[in-house]
Ligand binder design. Structure first.
Ligand code: PEP
Ligand code: MG
Length: 590
């Protein structure tokens, strides 16, 4: 036995994307401004004032450029938002106060500006008036921009600069940053905050990058250059792993390799239980780059195409034509398998920076998804037309996210009818019979599923949101992750009610939330009568494996038990027992 290496340290968090990786750590520090207070000399006053004025001019130019782009892509009204920023920059009182501090107190420019700006922000934030409070947020943005220019700080951490393999550690990673990760260099990542079904975690699974979130203050404790092993099965980051630890993980990888072989043998086989119940097993995708993984992991088409990733990490909105090209490419490549395109679900934890939307107190309860689209008819129209046009290129279906009631559903359907009429008049082909569904991810929708079912052709249950909205537990917040329980009786009953309502009305119901990709929970969903499961491509083989080793009556007995049990942990334990009995080799890895 070799000596344990000095200083093995284990950090525990929430495992969100399976796999093990090891390598050097790269810590992404939050962009901060360090404002030092220097007393400048008399002779430096004029150059300091010049430096300050230059930073204002630079900021003005940057804001005008952004404003110009927004006006072009979204219209004058949206561009007007930046007038408030520009007006603040012109505010003579503010500028004079800064100049006074530089001249009379001989303060350096960043200290002078920061001092005055903070006073303004505090004053605005403390006023009992929504409009003025929003101006405080504007002032905050503006201050950061001016300080960036004064201190010559580049925009936030740029992941494109990573040029050697590493494990990324950060306080948080936004979904838009995660979507840009280069698998070649980012072996895995861990963050201080985050939850199991945050979109960052979902993307990590899609990208097949091991990830752990909610590791408290790991970004403060680790340093760039430290060596670590990240275990995405058990939610561990092990710094300076001992030889013993490395050996154990070597064994785990061997087990994994033999399981991979078994999984690849069933790739082209159907997802059918031992007693012949066929389950539609499809994949969740974010863009056209996911076509290959859908095929290579043996999914039957796409159960959820999260189109919002076409809208983020770019400077303007994608046009109808651009969207059409992408939808067409995916539909044609996967034909004759279906592709369910979900209309835009921006908001919550996914934002398009170029849309410059006002910050909300509760973004998950705010202007998100279908609410946002119905209020932005031009944006919605472009997407609906693009989807309809792509519907002749393959088996395209469409669904709306975040339906909370019948009116929203009717409004969305009316928009589709309007787009169809336009296309007919323009003689542009589309599939008149394209099936439209609703996501059921708000408790109100689950409770009126009978009503909604009469207006759609299918349901897709979005359990990621259904759980957070039912249990009032933010899906991105590690502090309430213990309350975010997929096996809570309330969730099981809502799923059952939705599935039963769908079947009573002659339509099918699937699940496209993350639990559909969990081999422990898939049997329960099948027992509850779910017709389709849609999961990230890399987890599809495991779900297929367990389905093929399961009997429908065992799954139904599990569902019966769950529907009559009051304890989430007991239900989960029973799910584990059933899953382990059906497919023990799936669980040897961890
Ligand atoms: C869900 O809420 O379960 C879902 C699939 O949608 P998203 O994760 O994109 O919110
Ligand atoms: Mg959702």
């Amino acid at each position: 036995m070799s000596e344990p290496s000095k200083g093995e340290k284990v950090f525990r968090g929430i495992a969100v994307s399976a796999g093990v990786c090891r390598g050097k750590i790269l810590v992404m520090h939050r962009a901060r401004h360090f404002i030092s207070h220097r007393e400048i000399e008399e002779k430096d006053i004029a150059p300091e004032i010049k430096r300050f004025e230059q930073s204002l001019a630079q900021t003005r130019k940057q804001i005008s450029d952004v404003q110009h782009k927004v006006i072009q892509s979204m219209g004058v009204k949206e561009g007007d938002i930046f007038d408030a920023h520009l007006l603040m920059l012109e505010d003579r009182v503010l500028v004079d106060e800064v100049l006074k501090l530089i001249r009379e107190k001989k303060a350096n420019a960043e200290f002078a500006f920061h001092t005055v700006a903070e006073r303004y922000i505090d004053a605005l934030a403390g006023v009992d008036d929504d409009y003025l409070r929003e101006r405080a947020a504007d002032m905050h943005d503006l201050t950061a921009r001016v300080l960036d220019n004064l201190l010559e700080v580049k925009d936030s951490f740029d992941l494109r600069h990573i040029s050697e393999p590493c494990i990324l550690i950060g306080h948080d990673l936004s979904p838009s940053v995660t979507a840009q990760l280069n698998k070649k260099f980012v072996l895995g990542f861990a963050t201080d905050i985050g939850g199991q079904t945050s979109h960052t975690a979902i993307l990590a699974r899609s990208l097949d990058i091991p990830a752990v979130v909610g590791v408290q203050n790991i970004s403060e404790e680790l340093e760039t250059g430290d060596y670590a092993l990240l275990d995405g099965y058990n939610g561990l980051v092990i710094v300076n792993p001992t030889d013993k630890t490395l050996f154990e993980y070597g064994q785990l990888e061997k087990n994994r390799a033999s399981l991979e072989e078994k999984l690849s043998e069933i790739k082209t086989q159907p997802a059918v239980t031992l007693d012949g119940k066929l389950i539609v097993l499809s994949a969740n995708i974010e863009d056209q780059n996911d076509i290959e993984p859908v095929k290579s992991h043996g999914a039957e088409g796409v159960g959820l195409f999260r189109t919002e990733f076409l809208f983020i990490n770019r400077e303007s909105l994608p046009t109808e034509e651009e969207q059409y090209e992408v939808y067409k490419q995916v539909a044609a490549a996967l034909n004759p398998n279906p592709v369910i395109i979900r209309t835009l679900d921006l908001g919550g934890d996914k934002f398009a920076s170029h849309l410059q939307l006002a910050q909300e107190m509760n973004p998950f309860l705010g202007w998100r998804a279908i609410r946002f689209c119905l209020a932005q008819p031009e944006l919605f129209r472009a997407q609906l037309r693009a989807i309809l046009r792509a519907s002749v290129e393959g088996k395209v279906k469409m669904m709306y996210p975040m339906i909370s009631g019948l009116d929203e559903l009717k409004q969305a359907n009316a928009m589709v009818e309007k787009c169809k009429a336009e296309l007919r008049a323009e003689k542009i082909p589309f599939n008149e019979e394209m099936k439209i569904g609703a996501m059921i991810e708000i408790p109100s929708a689950a409770l009126i599923a009978d009503t909604l079912a009469k207006h759609v052709k299918f349901f897709s249950i979005g359990t990621n949101d259904l759980i957070q909205y039912t249990l009032a537990a933010d899906r991105t917040n590690e502090k309430v992750s213990h309350l975010y329980e997929p096996t809570h009786p309330a969730i099981i009953r809502l799923i059952k009610a939705t599935v039963d309502a769908a079947h009573r009305n002659g339509i099918w119901a699937g699940v496209c939330g993350e639990i559909a990709g969990d081999p422990v929970l898939a049997p329960l969903l099948i027992g509850l009568g779910v017709d389709e499961l849609s999961a990230a491509p890399p987890v599809v083989p495991e779900v297929k494996y367990i389905i093929r080793r399961l009997k429908l009556n065992e799954a139904q007995a599990l569902a019966e038990f769950a529907l009559n049990c009051d304890s989430p942990s007991e239900i989960y334990s029973r799910c584990q027992e059933v899953a382990r009995a059906a497919a023990p080799s799936l669980f040897e890895k961890s």
